[in-house]
Design a protein around this ligand. Structure first.
Ligand code: SF4
Ligand code: FES
Length: 240
């Protein structure tokens, strides 16, 4: 057992703090984590304080007698700043995005009470890839969570995506000589085509099937949704 915001949380051998907290019904904000995949630890949104040190809950092992803080003003301020940075590093135009209302980045913004982007927008130049007959890749919206990389490699066995470069020069690349999705064997039935937490990878000809107002986060918070997803074992790709 360990202590999370004053609550006693049981854990199992091999659990991370995220695993144990979510199983106990405690939401820890996250974006690059999906319980189905090996943790990546890149977005840092799940930062918690463990025995006085900041750690990523999705990668840090649970251990007996830890004192963990999650839902504190200090940590939520850090998470808000990280979320605002994700918004300004890309080109996110929520009102015209097909993923609006189903987008976890937007959902986390709501959860953290984000009212503006705070930082100046970078307006990066990023390449759109509409070459595939069934799938669109809009890098403007990519938050480099690597979920598509892991889904394609670990579930689909295709290795279609990779993240290349470092820091602000990081980008999602397609593993084909041309660099285009049309030259891969990515299919609209692949897990990688449905795992994106934002609107960077979307399946064509399904836009706005669910009207605005009837989407995931129109009815529940991203926290409630994440816990529900953990409970049922049902993953995002099965829900969009
Ligand atoms: S395309 Fe989507 S799933 Fe892939 S790295 Fe970018 S945000 Fe993550
Ligand atoms: S959810 Fe833990 S680092 Fe992204």
């Amino acid at each position: 057992m360990f202590n999370l915001d004053g609550q006693v949380i049981p854990f199992q051998e091999g659990d991370t703090i995220m695993d144990a907290a979510m199983r106990a019904g405690v939401y820890i904000p996250h974006l690059c984590h999906d319980p189905e995949f090996t943790p990546h630890g890149s977005c840092k949104l799940c930062t918690v304080k463990v025995n006085g040190r900041n750690c990523s809950a999705c990668t840090f092992p649970a251990a007996a007698n830890q004192t963990v803080f999650n839902n504190s003003e200090e940590l939520n301020e850090i998470r808000l700043t990280l979320t605002q940075m994700l918004f300004v590093e890309g080109n996110h135009f929520c009102p015209s995005c097909e993923k609006s209302g189903n987008c976890q980045l937007q959902g986390v913004g709501y959860e953290l009470g984000m009212l503006d982007t705070h930082f100046p927008l970078f307006y990066p130049q990023r390449q759109m890839d509409a070459s595939h007959p069934d799938i669109l890749l809009d890098r403007d919206r990519c938050i480099l969570c690597s979920l598509c990389v892991r889904a394609s490699r670990d579930v689909d066995g295709k290795n279609v995506f990779a993240i290349s470069g470092r820091g602000i020069h990081s980008e999602l690349v397609v593993n084909a000589e041309s660099g285009l999705l049309e030259d891969t064997d990515l299919s609209a039935d692949d897990r990688a085509a449905h795992i994106c937490p934002v609107g960077a990878i979307i399946v064509k000809r399904h836009g706005f099937e669910a009207p605005i107002g009837e989407r995931l986060f129109d009815h529940q918070t991203v926290g409630e949704w994440s816990l529900d997803q953990f409970d049922t074992g049902e993953q995002a790709w099965q829900r969009d």
